[in-house]
Design a protein around this ligand. Sequence first.
Ligand SMILES: [Zn+2]
Length: 214
Amino acid sequence: MLERILKTCALVLVPLALASGVYADERETCHRVPKRVHRKVIRQAPRTIDYLIIHCTEGPSAQSAIGALQDRGLSIHYIIERDGRVLKETPEGKVAYHAGNSRISNMNARSIGIELVNWGEVYKKKNGYYVTPKLIKYNPEKYGDPVSGRNKLWAPYTKEQMESLAALTIDICQRNKIPTDRKHVLGHEDVADKQDPGAAFNWPWYIKEITKTS
Ligand SMILES: [Zn+2]
């Protein structure tokens, strides 16, 4: 298992095996590879966690998302790459700063945040090319054909990503006793003046998946 854990400079990349209950010790920092990752560590966070908040990175990769978060003094618990790999950025017991301007008070302290790597909203130019709101060229061959919703175009989420998200959600919600319903499992757009995860996110499929075993 240990060899499956990849170490980068300031984070630990955890494959989806994480979602089946194999967890790095929460006491380990993101700067060290856990010594005994096969040991299950069930620890209740000292804070009360009532919500799970889903975001999209509006970018091409987890690395770019981490850079963007750090530049803005923000943080997140998990990032899910397009191929389904789950990256653990902040221990669940620690507050991450991801739910800015939430209509629910103390949302950061009361939630776990997950970022999905995704470009978010895209536009089609007259020449047929797609661009992001920041006018970065969007490559549909690499990131998938945009899907329409709410009279906009959106980069699609991958099947692997959604399946990883569902497995991780079930695990997080079971351990933290968060009900797997739409009052507690929310999009950033549900609680703040944001539009992520956006119309490309398949809420009916996701809710059905996370309630299958509960
Ligand atoms: Zn967000």
